[in-house]
Write a protein that binds this ligand. Structure first.
Ligand SMILES: [Ca+2]
Length: 219
């Protein structure tokens, strides 16, 4: 797939930063989170991932790799869940096989789910996922967390998604590397994606499945 110009400079101008202590699980070696240990000066140092084209039926010809635990068939291993749980019932669009998905909002209140850390470099511009909301009041926010200067975690909002038709839907393309200023991406960095939703007394919860990372830099 041909590479096209990055939008990174434009994304840098829009960054909204919130800092918090950055921690990487002591058990997470560089290799286990996909980081190359090479000392190469290349800015594209994430390890290669197994790719497929699971979204062809939607006219999306991009190749993707599955985010760690992103099909929720391994009980969201490594994910950080708050008011969220793996539930029976796979997405019904036939993108990836399985029998589970992740429900955000097992009770009233804020719900969130954060992926394990994984490697992101400029060749990881976007991600998409499948989502089902049971109410027009149900929305899911996505944000990117990454390690910035002095070891703090910086976050950038990715997208607000409102899809309350009760059916499984493919999300719009969400910014990943394109949301992170290029200066932070040099050599590949650890990053994670957080999904969050607020469940009110009116109900309205969100279920997600098949978190797919696009490993190519595109428009
Ligand atoms: Ca699944």
């Amino acid at each position: 797939m041909p590479l096209r110009k990055s939008h990174l400079p434009r994304a840098a101008a829009a960054i909204a930063v919130a800092a918090a202590a950055f921690t990487v699980p002591s058990s997470a070696s560089a290799a286990s989170i996909g980081l190359s240990t090479s000392s190469s000066s290349s800015t594209l140092n994430c390890a290669a991932q197994a790719l497929s084209q699971p979204l062809l039926k939607f006219g999306d010809t991009a190749s993707y790799w599955l985010a760690p635990g992103g099909d929720f068939e391994t009980k969201a291993a490594g994910w950080k869940l708050s008011n969220a749980a793996v539930v029976s019932g796979n997405e019904t669009l036939g993108v990836l096989p399985g029998g589970s998905a992740l429900k955000l909002g097992t009770s009233i209140g804020t719900a969130s789910a954060t992926t394990p850390d994984f490697c992101v470099d400029p060749l990881h511009p976007n991600f998409r996922f499948l989502v089902k909301t049971n109410s027009l009041t149900a929305v899911v926010n996505t944000k990117i967390n990454f390690k910035g200067p002095l070891g703090v975690t910086l976050t950038v909002p990715a997208k607000l998604n409102t899809m309350g038709n009760g059916n499984w839907t493919l999300s719009q393309s969400q910014p990943l590397a394109t949301a992170i200023p290029n200066i932070f991406l040099n050599g590949g960095i650890t990053a994670s994606i957080t999904f969050s939703s607020a469940v009110s007394s009116l109900g309205g919860y969100v279920t997600i499945d098949d978190l797919l990372i696009d490993p190519y830099r595109r428009g």
